[in-house]
Design a protein around this ligand. Structure first.
Ligand code: NAP
Length: 254
């Protein structure tokens, strides 16, 4: 049995794991950062928590005799992707990144690019606006520098402690989100601007198409630079790669 490690936290990682779960020739483990309190059920054994940097992950790959590493983390999770690239190189583990293609700004979209959350908040200006914030709950802190706005914040787990701003409403939600529901949400809360990440994929695209339909601007955080490694955009291509990685792993004796 070849051992495969998937770095997850995304729908694609779960889908890949589901496709591999029944394979008798593979033993698959899915690794999660442990960011959510009750992670979605996974179709393969799961390990949770950081590895302890590049060397920690390299040691894990060697000690667990991992024959293939698939980095299917979120496109904004740059640190773990960088660690994965270095650890795979250090431990001579065949490695692939499964990365969602970014959304592309099209007709009717009003996107404004921002380098980070602080930039996004600064770009809105001093007049109070109603803003829908679709970011991770650990990324919100820079918004306190723009306390004049009304924020509607959606996260998987509660924002605790709440953001230190006078006007913030919170909703708990885990995608996928449909365009019609997103549109209702934006209208009910009289949202004027959205702050989002260019996550790609379908699960969170509903807010983007809803914004387009309503003519709302979206402040889109720029994607981080990710390591240059072999990468695919679909689960199917990752499955194909895995079968071709067999030769390399056999050469390592794993
Ligand atoms: P990160 O900044 O790339 O990773 C920080 C550390 O978390 C890593 O160095 C690693 O710790 C640990 N880690 C991350 N992913 C891991 C995994 N799959 N298995 C084991 N350990 C993992 O990632 P982040 O802090 O989670 O998030 C950065 C951005 O990605 C945010 O914008 C966030 O909203 C977005 N995002 C992340 C996830 C997710 O599941 N992580 C899901 C959706 C969105 P060690 O160095 O100790 O190994």
């Amino acid at each position: 049995m070849r051992r495969v490690l998937i770095l997850g936290g995304t729908a694609e990682a779960r889908e890949l794991a589901a496709q591999l779960a029944a394979r008798a020739d593979l033993a698959v483990t899915l690794s999660l950062a442990g960011r959510t309190r009750s992670p979605a059920p996974q179709p393969v054994p799961v390990r949770i928590g950081g590895f302890g940097g590049v060397q920690g992950l390299a040691d894990y790959l060697s000690n667990e005799r991992i024959a293939a590493l698939i980095d299917a983390t979120h496109p904004y999770a740059a640190t773990i992707s960088d660690n994965a690239a270095r650890a795979a190189q250090r431990s001579h583990t065949p490695h692939l990144a499964l990365r969602r293609a970014p959304w592309v700004c099209g007709d009717g979209d009003r996107w404004i690019e921002a380098g980070d959350v602080a930039d996004a908040a600064a770009s809105i200006g001093s007049a109070p606006r109603r803003i829908f914030v679709a970011l991770g709950r650990k990324e919100l802190a820079p918004l306190v520098r723009a306390p004049q706005h009304h924020y509607l914040i959606r996260s998987v787990d509660p924002v605790d402690p709440p953001l230190a701003v006078p006007h913030a409403a919170y909703i708990i939600g885990r995608g996928p989100f449909l365009e019609c529901d997103e549109r209702t949400l934006l209208e009910q809360h009289r949202i004027e601007i959205i702050i989002a990440k260019n996550s790609g994929g379908q699960a969170s695209y509903g807010k983007i198409t809803a914004a387009r339909a309503l003519g709302l601007p979206v402040i889109m955080l720029r994607r981080p630079v990710l390591p240059l490694v072999p990468a695919v955009e679909s689960v199917k291509d990752a499955l194909d790669w895995l079968d071709h990685a067999r030769t390399a792993s056999m050469a390592r004796g794993v």
